[in-house]
Write a protein that binds this ligand. Structure first.
Ligand code: MG
Length: 376
């Protein structure tokens, strides 16, 4: 089988709400969620879909960078190649765009990786989870993402999540230590008995993080996501030795070589995996295997994924049996998508779709209606 054609469809999905990171809103309501859809067609006519959904205040890729990288550098070296040779596809992509501490524009490469996986699984008539060779779970429980400026507002947001049936809450912190402590107290009060954890997105320095870890631990919190900058290996090690909480890394776990180095330095004990940030399913499964074999806590997450990226993540996380609530918050934030039929849910758990490949059907008329104009 050969890759005959790869087409790109930039889309913009309307947002219900914005999400605030330490650097500011991850995207504005006016920007919407801008994604580059990849349609890969094999020489037998089978079609696979992938998607790049960068978050410019979270990592260094943008809508334009993913689009031009895929169009100008990746597609030309992929046409005519065997999509079953996923490792080979990554090898030629890495020859064109060099890997760094991450896979080298991993979100752009992830879109190709997802489309190739969807294509080969559809060709074989099997689900992506079957291709991964593990069926630990048939669903993934979603957490509710909480991002609000003060205790009163944050209590309202958490109550809204509870009313919608969520049983786990991830809270964006890393802005202002004093306000963050008051906000977390408010969350813990409203969400009593439920899973709650803070994510600082690298927003604290080491001194602040040490103080925050003490405060969060005293509230009964068990997990603290990416408190300090991803490059502060000394800080990560000192922090995890200072608390009984699991200090999980997210931005620091973009690529396998750096994660291996952190394991060697005993500076990590929990890892957040995202299919897009690591460069696709090929690397996500390697990272999951590494984390599991090293006996560390494995946590699934995403980048406000639209349904293609969302489905890929659910297949991978369910294959690996990730039962800690997962921050795949696309459904919470996106008010429209390009699916022919709604994504299968059971309450606030995302089911592993049963159809071949990613198991979702793209409505190309909807894709056309959501078109994003990227002309400069
Ligand atoms: Mg995170």
């Amino acid at each position: 089988m050969k890759i005959e054609r790869i087409e790109l469809f930039p889309v913009v999905l309307p947002l219900k709400a914005v999400l605030t990171l330490p650097r500011g809103a991850s995207r504005t309501l006016a920007e919407g969620k801008q994604n580059i859809l990849v349609k890969m067609t094999g020489d037998d006519g089978t079609v696979g879909w992938g998607e790049a959904g960068p978050s410019r205040r979270w990592s260094s890729e943008t809508t334009y960078s993913t689009y031009t990288t895929i169009k100008e550098y990746l597609i030309p070296v992929l046409i005519g190649r065997d999509p079953f040779d996923i490792a080979g596809l990554h090898q030629v992509m890495n020859t064109e765009i060099a890997p760094s501490l991450d896979a080298g524009q991993p979100i752009a490469k992830a879109a190709i990786d997802m489309a190739a996986h969807d294509l080969i699984c559809k060709h074989l008539g099997i689900t992506l989870q079957s291709w991964l060779g593990a069926k630990a779970l048939d669903r993934i429980e979603l957490s509710y993402l909480v991002s609000a400026p003060n205790p009163e507002k944050i209590a309202e947001v958490v109550q809204k999540g509870l009313d919608e049936g969520f049983k786990a809450f991830k809270v964006k912190v890393g802005h202002n230590p004093e306000i963050d402590v008051e906000n977390m107290k408010a969350v813990m009060e409203v969400a009593q008995g439920h899973t709650v954890w803070p994510d600082a997105n690298q927003g604290y320095d080491l001194d602040q993080a040490l103080r925050m870890a003490k405060a969060f631990e005293a509230m009964g919190i068990e997990l603290f996501e990416q408190p300090i900058p991803m490059t502060d290996v000394y800080g990560m090690k000192k922090l995890l030795n200072s608390t009984s909480m699991n200090i999980a890394i997210d931005e620091a776990a973009m690529g396998l070589p750096y994660l291996v180095e952190l394991i060697r330095r005993e500076a990590v004990e929990g890892v957040v995996v995202k299919v897009q940030k690591v460069g696709g399913i090929h690397y996500a499964r390697q990272m999951c295997d590494l984390v599991r074999n090293a006996g560390m806590k494995l946590i699934g997450s995403g980048l406000m994924d639209a349904p293609i990226g969302f489905a890929a993540a659910v297949h991978v996380f369910a294959a690996y049996g990730i039962d800690y609530p997962t921050d795949l918050n696309g459904p919470q934030h996106l008010s429209d998508d390009y699916l022919a039929e709604p994504y299968p849910m059971d309450g606030q758990s995302a089911m592993v779709p049963e159809g071949p490949g990613l198991g979702i059907t793209i409505d190309e008329d909807k894709v056309a209606a959501l078109k994003l104009d990227l002309s400069l």
